[in-house]
Design a protein around this ligand. Structure first.
Ligand code: RIB
Length: 307
């Protein structure tokens, strides 16, 4: 089984902070990491680590980061046939701030990611048609996202859309053809204009998306688990309780692992369970991709414990 990720890559510059500096202030932060990130790339790496063959379609800039990003994909065995360099443009970069509770705030400068166009999808048609799932996020132009969904529909390939970062410009009617819509609770609130504080809030907001025509809505809720909702049923997956040091990239870890598991046997519930474990392990370490567990670690974590 092979999946295609049509999406972003970024260079993550993560500062571990005690608080945000105020305007005009210089403040020392205790730690820093530099790593490969971007929601698309993170999801591709997570799926590859979980044992799935991945085709990545993305664009890097013409700077010192480009070759490192490409060799990072290759290190994980990801097919880089459709990873292209854009002249005179920077690669995507993401300054990330992680506080002492492990929560993150992220800025993104999309750079070359803004140059991934609908025509790039058409150029990759022959290889994309062989894939069992297309995975999308919103760090590339919306026109490309809509085109990828239409491509999936035309070729009977299921599509998963992670509407992140959320934007009110997203036309829900245009993305209804996707099979899975996977926001976190913050993105769900932005997209629906509804509160998502309590379980009931989350269910009502997710239900409003189902009413608008989405088929499977999976809401990742961090330490509160994940909700899967369809027109007929709803199901919660509880979160694993771990000591979180850095939650950045955890949603991508969940999605990449979910995709890897789902394409094997189409069991949504089992895929969510596995994805929840993979994401839980990732938050126990610093960084985005660099925090993802090896497959053996995941299997070990999932083994039933004898008490
Ligand atoms: O979801 C986490 C990711 O968001 C980071 O890797 C950063 O690059 C931004 O894209």
């Amino acid at each position: 089984m092979r999946i295609a990720v049509i999406g972003s890559n970024m260079v993550d510059l993560t500062s571990y902070i005690t608080r945000m500096p105020i305007l005009g202030e210089t403040l020392e932060a205790p730690d820093f990491t530099l790593g490969c990130g971007g929601k698309g790339a993170n999801q591709a790496v997570a799926a590859a680590v979980c044992g799935t063959d991945v085709l990545m379609m993305t664009k890097v800039g013409s700077d010192i980061f480009a070759d490192n990003t490409i060799s990072n994909f290759r290190k994980y065995g990801i097919d880089t046939t459709y990873v292209q360099k854009v002249p005179d443009v920077s690669s995507g970069v993401a300054p990330i701030f992680v506080d002492e509770s492990g929560q993150n705030s992220i800025l993104i400068i999309k750079g070359a990611n803004n140059h991934l166009m609908p025509a790039d999808i058409d150029a990759g048609e022959k290889d994309l048609r062989e894939c069992s799932l297309i995975v999308l996020q919103l760090e590339i132009p919306l026109a490309t996202v809509y085109h990828a969904i239409a491509f999936g529909q035309k070729h009977h390939i299921p599509v998963l859309l992670n509407p992140a970062p959320a934007t009110k410009d997203l036309d829900i009617e245009k993305v209804c053809a996707c099979d899975f819509f996977v926001p976190n609770e913050t993105e769900l609130a932005i997209l629906t204009g509804m509160p998502t504080e309590t379980r009931k809030d989350v269910e009502q907001a997710a239900a409003s998306l189902i009413e608008r025509g989405l088929k499977n809505v999976i809401v990742t809720l961090g330490g509160r688990g994940a909700l899967w909702m369809t027109a007929d049923e709803k199901q919660y997956i509880e979160a694993y309780q771990v000591n979180a040091v850095d939650t950045s990239g955890a949603g991508d870890a969940f999605i990449g692992c979910f995709c890897s598991s789902y394409v094997q046997d189409r069991d949504v519930s089992a895929a969510m369970q596995r994805a929840s474990a993979f994401a839980a392990l990732s938050v126990t370490r610093k960084g985005t991709q660099m925090s993802y567990p090896r497959r053996e670690e995941l299997e070990d974590f999932l083994k039933p414990r004898v008490s």
